[in-house]
Write a protein of this length. Sequence first.
Length: 247
Amino acid sequence: MLEVRDVTKHFGGLCAVNEVSFSVKEGAVVGLIGPNGAGKTTLLNLICGIYKPDAGTIRFAEKDITGMPSNRICRLGVSRTYQIPQPFYAMTTLTGVAVSVIHGKKRPHMSLSDAILEASYYLEFVGLFSKRDTLARELTIYELRMLELARALATTPKLLLLDEVMAGLNPAESSKALEMIWNAQEQFDITILWIEHIMKIIMNAAQQIVVLHYGQKIAEGTPQEIANDAKVIEAYLGGQYAQSGRP
């Protein structure tokens, strides 16, 4: 479904993403991990069209989307959430999700009343229908995370890019959010590429893991393979720990 080939992005003299290649099969959950500053969010921004790569190609559903504007990529079926939620803070949750419905790939020219009706469905799905008249700026961090998910789902994606949806959540909220993501994948038949720092969650959720470090891919494999990869252990814990052989 998604093919990233030799993608590179510089910001001045900094190479944020350096010749990264990997693929995501339809229906899969693929984790994207790495230490802070590894280039993970930059890579998501390249895939969804926020940035244009300096080199390399990105293909989605057999279409070349390299450098394509983000609104066109969204309507092809790629949507995302943000590590720092970015709702329309002065809008109610219902209106904010309705905007996503209108700009999604299914019915970009639908009426506002139809969009609001459909937005109600997505708010109900994430458990926020009772907050439909609440301004986004009045929500808790967990509710903002769920609003991000509702807005992303409302564009009717086939590929969902998740950027640290568990950040700032307590263990109970993380469990609820994880269940919500599982339900979304099953109900809406979506493929997921997921950045996550909580290793226990991503190792249990993903079938495949891609590891970035200083903008380069240093490993790719199953969660078990990644957990035992010396280069990954060194990137996270330091070379001395990796050489010690401790699990």
